[in-house]
Design a protein around this ligand. Structure first.
Ligand SMILES: *[C@@H]1O[C@H](CO)[C@@H](O)[C@H](O)[C@H]1NC(C)=O
Ligand SMILES: *[C@@H]1O[C@H](CO)[C@@H](O)[C@H](O)[C@H]1NC(C)=O
Ligand SMILES: *[C@@H]1O[C@H](CO)[C@@H](O)[C@H](O)[C@H]1NC(C)=O
Ligand SMILES: *[C@@H]1O[C@H](CO)[C@@H](O)[C@H](O)[C@H]1NC(C)=O
Ligand SMILES: *[C@@H]1O[C@H](CO)[C@@H](O)[C@H](O)[C@H]1NC(C)=O
Ligand SMILES: *[C@@H]1O[C@H](CO)[C@@H](O)[C@H](O)[C@H]1NC(C)=O
Ligand SMILES: *[C@@H]1O[C@H](CO)[C@@H](O)[C@H](O)[C@H]1NC(C)=O
Ligand SMILES: *[C@@H]1O[C@H](CO)[C@@H](O)[C@H](O)[C@H]1NC(C)=O
Length: 793
């Protein structure tokens, strides 16, 4: 293989001028993986360099799989995870014929040329027993997935066409058991609709995701079959799939901007393992039955909760049917029916539970968050309209990215140069160690590589929790301008108790109310925070072992952050999509995924206005995961949180004993006192009180949450508090809505499809438990359909 590779490398060098068109192919490939033991480890791989022809005739299977596997990467039964062998596997335009599956490895980005999308075409003799054309996580002989689905992070598939039409019988485009920081974007699936064939675009049966966007499905018995804890899916279009979406199971799911045309069934959510679906800004055209539910009228559990907002049905005889076919909601066989708002499930508005099965609820739908009649949305820029010369490579500008050299000055200079020249910064894969704040000036665009471009704060300047300091600062308070950042990770190394991983201050002058003119909102796509649990972090299994025995102990060497992300009061018009803010609960590079104890005080604090959080997750911070403080016009759609596994050993706020009242840190000492006034009922019995909040909203206006999964699985590393169904006893409370202290302006918070695990109370307002888990039993999670805060007191 090595010889062949060299030969093709030569060919590529000669031919590159004519082949290349997309900047990602044209650009110098200088990305590195500094913690990989191979000195010449290659991050970027053009499949043609490994011999793929893309001519629609040659069998390219072996060449593609070699391009993926080269360099002793993480795949096969001997590897369950790794951060040291990231790769971009790039496909130039062409039709790549395959005769057996392409096998996905850990930390792999499969990216095609978006200007002329490559086609992966299964040959007529593709084995029908094979799970998928792209099997991102094959089943091993043991019957288990190669990678535990809930630990599959940091991978993407973009700009690819999957064509199964030549296969008779069973065929699937992508097998995708996946979790946080994963993405399938801008892909097309061409599937057989022959009645003898069972084709499906995507099959996903497990995981804790995740994001998909901008997908088009043609035909198939199923457009897609989805099962996962939670997901956010935006801009999916189905043409002529018999069943567009088969919802295998979930706790919560957010579908935005779906379009389903010419199907027998739109979404089949009839399985009793479906917790909830939130569907908005969508349309069904020529569909016999738009939705099938397993939840029968009068059912007062949380199962199969359904919330619909702004959906149009054209030539749809039945909008909603029971599993046995009984119509529950009619459409018009020949005409259009429009739903402003519809809900089916338990309602707290603010008191409950009341069963709602219909349209009687007015949804607030803040116009300030919309473009026209839909909530604003914006796909990740891939810059296909720019030549390679528009990009400034970090490595060409004296940044080293080897995880050792101090790159603070190099990055700062580069970012200023780029902002001054309107060029786009290409942060080649690498670990950019910085010893002071990296400032991202207004009017800057930065794109990373392989989800392996890591800005890593280290040292003295980030060590003082009484003087917190940003690792990456986007604009200064009061700055006006825009940014576009994508495919980046912000991180730390070692003890950095004063680090704020991302501070976002920018006010983007996007057109107000409609976003239709002038500059769009700024955007952060696939920008993640990762603290600990990876090679180079000095916060791994050997450094930060779990400490189940000694109470109230936190190893100071493992206190690694003050706050993961701060969107400050001056921030305005920010669109975020697919962001995972993670304090590691386990070591990804450890063979056994060993659990670790790493401490960061605060998760994501939002104080700004006009903020969209589309598909986000914040996990394992000590005080809270999300906190909204005097924020306004905030759209959150499928948010997901986890309480730290170590709590209550030590309990919150430990080790962050110094509270910052200017940031309204929760005061556990006061709240959890046995003689606290108006002590809520959820504190009776033994559920621990001093536990991180999943979501805390104070003094905020026009907050709409479309899907939330707030989970607490562990106490002191044991799941017995969440797995025994005698009670959800891991913590007393998880979601708090604060009273209005601002006077005139009343708080307005609406939350659709709240799914919680391990918490006695699902919603606490002031000292009142508005909803408890046992009122809303559903799947493994408890689910309620609608919550509206006490807006008009
Ligand atoms: C939706 O996806 C299609 C196909 O990728 C794309 O052309 C379109 O611009 C996307 N629309 C939005 C609103 O993102
Ligand atoms: C409606 O969808 C069915 C099934 O895909 C298709 O056969 C039919 O032609 C469509 N009708 C119209 C009017 O498009
Ligand atoms: C809906 O899905 C279930 C499997 O969960 C299947 O048994 C049923 O036939 C489907 N309903 C329709 C109308 O296709
Ligand atoms: C509610 O629906 C679920 C799922 O279909 C079913 O398992 C359960 O028995 C029903 N409960 C009641 C009280 O009707
Ligand atoms: C960028 O422009 C500003 C203001 O015009 C100037 O002060 C600064 O030196 C420039 N920086 C670089 C790196 O070119
Ligand atoms: C935590 O769990 C361990 C067992 O894994 C136990 O020995 C220890 O006492 C527990 N600590 C606390 C504070 O509950
Ligand atoms: C993984 O854990 C098992 C059981 O604790 C242990 O026997 C094995 O040595 C560990 N493997 C590695 C590579 O650490
Ligand atoms: C809350 O935000 C508003 C602007 O939306 C501002 O006028 C007010 O001063 C803020 N209040 C506090 C206490 O910061």
């Amino acid at each position: 293989m090595a010889k062949m590779k060299r030969a093709f490398a030569l060919l590529l060098a000669l031919a590159s001028v004519t082949w290349a068109s997309y900047w990602m192919d044209d650009i110098n490939h200088q990305g590195i993986a500094p913690f990989n033991p191979l000195k010449n480890y290659q991050v970027f791989r053009n499949v043609k360099t490994w011999g793929a022809m893309g001519d629609g005739v040659t069998d390219d299977t072996a060449a593609i799989n070699a391009a993926i596997a080269d360099g002793n990467r993480c795949g096969g039964p001997s590897c369950g995870g790794s951060t040291t062998s990231p790769a971009v596997v790039y496909f130039p335009p062409g039709t790549y014929l395959i005769t057996s599956p392409i096998i996905g490895f850990y930390y792999t980005q499969i990216i095609g040329d978006p200007t002329d999308m490559p086609v992966i075409k299964a040959s007529g003799n593709f084995p029908t027993g094979a799970l998928a054309l792209l099997d991102s996580n094959p089943y091993m002989n043991t019957g288990e997935l190669n990678f535990q689905a809930t630990n599959v992070f940091y991978r993407q598939v973009r700009n690819m066409v999957f064509d199964t039409t030549a296969v008779r019988g069973r065929a699937t485009g992508i097998h995708w058991p996946s979790s946080q920081a994963t993405l399938i974007q801008n892909c097309v699936f061409r599937l057989s609709s022959h009645p003898d064939d069972t084709h499906s675009g995507i099959f996903m049966e497990e995981g804790s995701g995740g994001m998909m966007a901008d997908l088009v499905f043609h035909g198939g018995k199923y457009g897609a079959r989805f099962g996962n804890q939670q997901y956010t899916m935006r801009n999916l279009t189905f043409y002529g799939s018999d069943t567009a979406i088969d919802q295998i199971w979930n706790w919560g799911w957010t579908y935005k901007s779906l379009k389903i045309v010419g199907s027998r069934v739109g979404i089949n959510m009839s399985s009793s393992d479906v917790g909830s679906i939130t569907l908005l800004d969508s349309s069904f055209v020529n569909v016999t039955t738009a939705l099938i539910t397993g939840r029968n009228p009068g059912n007062t559990t949380g199962l199969g909760s359904l919330v619909i907002q702004n959906v149009e049905y054209k030539d749809v005889p039945t909008v909603l049917a029971a599993a046995d076919g009984t119509p529950l909601l009619l459409g018009a066989a020949d005409g259009t029916v429009y739903d402003t708002g519809y809900a089916r499930g338990n309602t707290y508005a603010p008191r409950g539970p009341y069963l709602i099965e219909g349209r009687e609820l007015a949804f607030s739908q803040p116009q300030t968050l919309k473009l026209g009649d839909r909530y604003y949305e914006r796909s990740k820029p891939q810059y296909q309209e720019y030549p390679a010369s528009s990009f400034l490579s970090a490595r060409d500008h004296h940044a080293v990215g080897d995880g050792v050299t101090d790159d603070t000055d190099a990055l700062s200079t580069l970012l200023h140069t780029a902002a001054n020249s309107s060029q786009i910064v290409f942060l080649d894969a690498g670990y950019y160690k910085v010893t002071d704040t990296v400032f991202i000036p207004p009017n800057t665009r930065v794109v990373g590589e392989a989800l392996a471009s890591v800005i890593m704060g280290v040292g003295q300047k980030f060590s003082d929790p009484s003087n917190p300091r940003p690792v990456v600062q986007v604009g200064r308070r009061g700055d006006v301008g825009f940014v576009e950042l994508s495919d980046l990770i912000v991180s730390t190394q070692g003890a950095t108790a004063g680090a704020v991983m991302i501070e976002y201050n920018l006010n983007t002058p996007a057109a107000e109310n409609t976003c239709s003119q002038g500059v769009p909102p700024s955007g952060l796509w696939d920008v993640h925070v990762r603290v600990g649990g990876f090679k180079g972090s000095q916060l791994q299994a050997a450094d930060c072992p779990t400490t189940p025995i000694e109470s109230n102990y936190a190893n100071p060497a493992c206190v690694a952050g003050y706050m993961s992300m701060h969107i400050t009061p001056t921030a305005r018009n920010l669109y975020m999509e697919n962001n995972w803010i993670w304090v590691a609960d386990h070591d990804i590079d450890d063979w056994n995924s060993t659990q670790i104890s790493v401490f960061v005080g605060r998760g994501l604090l939002v104080e700004g206005s006009r903020i969209w959080l589309v598909g986000s997750s914040v996990e394992h911070h000590t005080l809270y995961q999300y906190q909204l403080l005097n924020a306004s016009d905030v759209w959150m759609g499928q948010i997901q949180t986890e309480t730290p596994y170590y709590q209550p050993n030590p309990p919150a706020p430990y080790p962050g004993t110094q509270l910052n009242m200017a940031l309204e840190d929760p005061d556990f000492a006061a709240d959890c006192r046995p003689d606290a006034p108006n002590r809520p009922l959820s504190l009776e019995g033994d559920p621990p009180c001093a536990m991180a909040w999943g979501l805390r909203i104070l003094d905020s206006k026009n907050v709409v949450v479309f899907g939330a999964g707030l989970y607490s699985f562990f106490n002191n590393y044991s799941t017995s508090c969440s797995t025994t169904k005698s009670g959800e006893n891991c913590q007393a409370r998880i979601f708090w809505v604060g009273q209005d202290t601002q006077g005139a302006d009343k708080m307005t918070v609406e939350l659709y499809n709240l799914n919680t695990i391990g918490s006695v109370s699902m919603i606490t307002q002031g000292a009142v438990d508005l909803a408890t888990w046992d009122q809303n039993r559903a799947t493994f999670a408890s689910t309620l359909a609608v919550f509206r805060s006490q807006a008009q007191v």
